[in-house]
Each structure stands twice: as C-alpha cells, then as structure tokens.
Design a binder for this molecule. Structure first.
Ligand SMILES: O=C(O)[C@H](O)[C@@H](O)[C@H](O)[C@H](O)COP(=O)(O)O
Length: 232
C-alpha cells in the first residue's frame, strides 16, 4: 500500500545505499532471532548491489539466501540466476551464507517447485529481506503477463512457497515464489534503474489491471511498505 521512493545519482550510489540498508536489516534479524533470510532477483540490474553486499560485515553463516525466481535451467546455464548470485554475491564474507537454489535436477518445473517449497517454507519465511526487480513488460519475480499460473501466484490465498510459471515473454519455464511469500518481507525492495523503467513504474501506478502489469499487485497490495530504489 505504501511506497517510499529513493532516488540516487547513479547505480553505484544506489548499490552502496541498498547494500547498507539490506545489511542493517539482516544484522538486526540475526540479533533478534539468531538467523536471517533474504530472497533476491536475477536479471542484469542487481550485479553491483550484489558485489557491494557481499563485502558487508555481518554474520553471514546465519544468513539464508535464496532467489525470488529462477529459470528452469541448470546452474551452469548463462541464464541461471543461481550462477549470477554465485558469481556476484556468494563471494568473500558472503560465501559463508547458506544458499537455497530453486532449480532442481528433475524433469519438470512443477516437480522442482514442490521440492523447493518443502525446503524453504519452514526455515526462511517470512523473509527478512526481499529484493524485487521489474521488467519493462511490468513483470516482477516471474509474475509474467499471460503466465499460465499468474492468477494463482498473485492470489493471497495461495500459500507461501514456490510455483512454476510458463509465459511467452519468459523464455524457458520459471520457478517463482508466490505473492504471499514476498509481500510481507521485513524489508521489501523494488530495485529499478533507467528512465525506461521509471516510465513503466509510472504507468503501473496509474492503473490497476494486474493481469496487464503484475507489478501492480506488489505496488497496491503488499502488506509491507515497498521501498523503491531508483537510479538513472
Ligand atoms: O529475470 C529475473 O530473474 C527476474 O525474473 C526478473 O523479475 C528481473 O528482475 C526483471 O526481469 C528485471 O531484469 P533486468 O534487471 O535484467 O532488467
């Protein structure tokens, strides 16, 4: 319901501020309950943020890292979000964190979704931190316009966990946390860069059809305030 807009001069200023805010939230969660959890997005935008966060001086052994969503591809695929996180976030101090991949070496995304749901729900939910990205088609996580399970994925009554998603704009099959798994994060972030994405965000804020732009579900229905981090 609430959105806080944070604008930065450039991507590296944004990466530094976002990494500091995320590290503070994880440290506070560890101080309070002994562990912390974070779900991050893939795509090209988060690389600098990941690299900065990997150097944070927190007790990474107590942190569980997972992905908001993933392509149904093995870890060595150039399109794997796991590969991106491994190469940019699970470095230095952050290499001590526990990482839960969404991809599983099984035949279908549906089977993988079931396996991961059992692994994550008990230990990591609700997430202390969720960092979402947004595509220029208005998708976030793998909530794609036209996705075959979009209605269920966005339904608050659908339990927390991971679902499969097939959509024309998505390329391969996807695995995604459901809306109910993400909307109540301790720190809920939407990280976007560039004027084109600001225009997409403005369009999303101006309407309410979630099937056209699924990011609207987050902007209008998330229980937690949505902290929008933007740089040109
Ligand atoms: O690709 C992914 O892993 C995520 O599904 C997706 O939601 C991503 O965050 C946006 O597509 C933005 O991607 P860019 O950062 O590459 O623009």
């Amino acid at each position: 319901m609430t959105q806080n807009m944070k604008k930065f001069e450039d991507g590296s200023a944004l990466a530094a501020a976002l990494a500091a805010d995320v590290a503070d939230t994880l440290a506070a969660a560890i101080a309070e309950k002994g562990t912390a959890s974070i779900a991050v997005s893939g795509g090209s935008t988060p690389k600098a943020f990941f690299r900065t966060l990997s150097k944070a001086d927190i007790d990474w052994e107590k942190v569980t890292i997972t992905l908001v969503d993933e392509r149904f591809v093995p870890e060595d695929s150039p399109r794997s979000n796991h590969k991106l996180v491994k190469e940019n976030l699970l470095l230095g101090p952050a290499a001590q964190a526990r990482f839960i991949p969404l991809y599983q070496n099984v035949k279908t995304a549906e089977e993988a979704a079931e396996i991961v749901t059992n692994k994550v729900s008990a230990t990591s939910l609700p997430f202390d931190v969720v960092v979402l990205g947004m595509g220029t088609d208005g998708h976030t996580a793998s909530f794609f316009p036209g996705g075959d399970t979009l209605g269920r994925a966005l339904d608050m009554k659908t339990p927390a966990g991971v679902m499969s998603m097939h959509a024309e704009g998505a390329g391969e099959a996807r695995l995604t946390f459901t809306f109910s798994s993400l909307e109540n994060a301790g720190l809920l972030v939407l990280h976007i860069e560039g004027q084109e994405k600001m225009d997409v965000l403005e369009k999303a804020l101006a309407g309410n059809d979630e099937t056209e732009m699924p990011i609207r579900a987050v902007l209008s229905r998330a229980t937690s305030p949505v902290n929008i981090y933007w740089a040109p």
